[in-house]
Ligand binder design. Structure first.
Ligand SMILES: [Zn+2]
Length: 415
């Protein structure tokens, strides 16, 4: 019998397969069944939903129907990703999602690190005035304590503690509010929570991570995973860029904190295509690892379009080039407008285009424009053409996704 309702996955290593078109699950299943990562087959962010015009119900139904058709009978999860506000939550809960990723980054104060020394105490006091901390002596809990995680001993001094609190305090209070709302929607035990800080302006230091872990516990928020902003660049659709040794040593500290003061998993967002760091992630995190991917399955869909209907692909590519300056704004990517302009004038007929950074990032950041309003020269929505091609070439799409995620999962298991 097929298992069409999502379950809680707990502290087993897991892998999230976001699917923006609703046709990728068969390929995701094919790859997933060969590895011991618990799969999250329904995963979409509130932002993706807006950009693709889908509802939580649509996302859930696409995954559940495919699982039923394939006769999948294992456990799987459903992630309501990057929730920022109360009003999102009820509709996700109603659709059956059981894993809620809270994104409080709008309440993170990215200026905290640069705040003039003389202003730190005043700003920290404001947190009490605003109700972020319920008592004025909240800092007594932390000052003078020693925290050991792995090989490292951490201590807060007044300044490091206050800066961490100024940076994350309001965000944590917001998480507390959202977690309470989820609990009232779903009842106890029926859901899991992740907290994500991956979209903050600067990397999360181990000491900041420790503060977050301690405060989550203090506030009674039990998380199954946490997404720090890792050092180095985890850009959309491409491999890790940055100093590997630095990434490794900071990852070691993050894992130790997650293990000692959770335990919870470390969640790697924008986790697709990071082949260079997968063996490290697999080795250092062990079971305390969750990887999220989303746009990379959409890029595989465009690969099928390139093969099956090149004329439509080229029209879509030109449309994306026009939209790039606007659509790139909400992303941290290194592809420039100049690179995109030279793409437009180059011949796009070589499929290898889809393996290179400029085209991958161009196509990645413009998916919302393509799927919501993009039309070819005859006025036909690109979305319709793409869906038709994928239905017609379902076997090829499935094979290309299987091979693509094979590369991901086998590298993660290599460590
Ligand atoms: Zn994220």
């Amino acid at each position: 019998m097929a298992s069409t309702a999502p379950q809680l996955l707990g502290l087993q290593k897991s892998f999230g397969y976001g699917d923006r078109l609703g046709l990728a699950t068969p390929g995701h299943i094919a790859a997933s069944q060969k590895y011991d990562f618990a799969p999250v087959f329904a995963q979409q962010s509130a932002r993706e939903m807006k950009r693709t015009g889908r509802t939580p119900f649509d996302v859930m139904k696409a995954a559940a129907d495919a699982l039923e058709t394939e006769g999948y009978d294992g456990a799987w999860g459903a992630d309501a990703d990057h929730l920022t506000a109360d009003e999102d939550i009820a509709s996700w809960a109603a659709a059956g999602f059981t894993f809620f990723t809270l994104d409080p980054s709008q309440f993170v104060n990215d200026q905290a690190d640069d705040l003039a020394e003389g202003k730190v105490i005043g700003e920290a006091e404001n947190l009490y005035v605003e109700g972020v901390f319920k008592t004025l002596d909240w800092d007594d809990r932390y000052l003078g304590e020693k925290y050991v995680a792995g090989q490292t001993m951490y201590r807060f001094n007044r300044e490091s503690l206050y800066r961490a609190a100024i940076k994350y305090g309001r965000a944590l209070a917001h998480c507390e509010k959202l977690a309470g709302f989820i609990s009232s929607c779903l009842g106890h035990g029926a859901f899991e929570i992740e907290v994500s800080f991956d979209e903050t302006a600067s990397p999360t230091t181990p000491l900041e991570h420790l503060f977050v872990a301690l405060e989550l516990k203090q506030r009674g928020i039990s998380v199954v995973s946490l997404a720090p902003h890792f050092v180095g660049e985890l850009e959309n659709g491409i491999d890790f860029r940055g100093d590997l040794a630095e990434f490794e040593s900071s990852l070691e500290q993050h894992v130790a904190i997650a293990r000692r003061f959770g335990p919870y998993k470390l969640s790697v967002h924008t986790g697709s295509d990071k082949f260079t760091i997968y063996p490290l992630l697999g080795r250092l995190c062990g079971n305390l690892l969750h990887v999220k991917t989303a746009g990379t399955s959409y890029l595989e869909a465009l690969r099928i379009l390139h093969r099956a209907d090149f004329k439509s692909f080229r029209g879509l590519l030109e449309f994306c080039c026009e939209r790039f300056p606007e659509d790139r704004r909400s992303y941290r990517i290194s592809t420039t407008e100049d690179e995109v302009r030279s793409l437009a004038t180059n011949a796009a007929s070589d499929e290898d285009l889809l393996n290179r950074r400029p085209a991958r990032q161009l196509l990645h950041v413009t998916y919302g424009s393509v799927l919501s309003e993009g039309k070819d020269s005859r006025g036909r929505p690109f979305r319709d053409t793409l869906m038709e091609v994928l239905e017609e070439h379902g076997k090829e799409y499935r094979q290309s996704l299987e091979a693509h995620f094979d590369r991901h999962l086998s590298a993660l298991c290599k460590g």
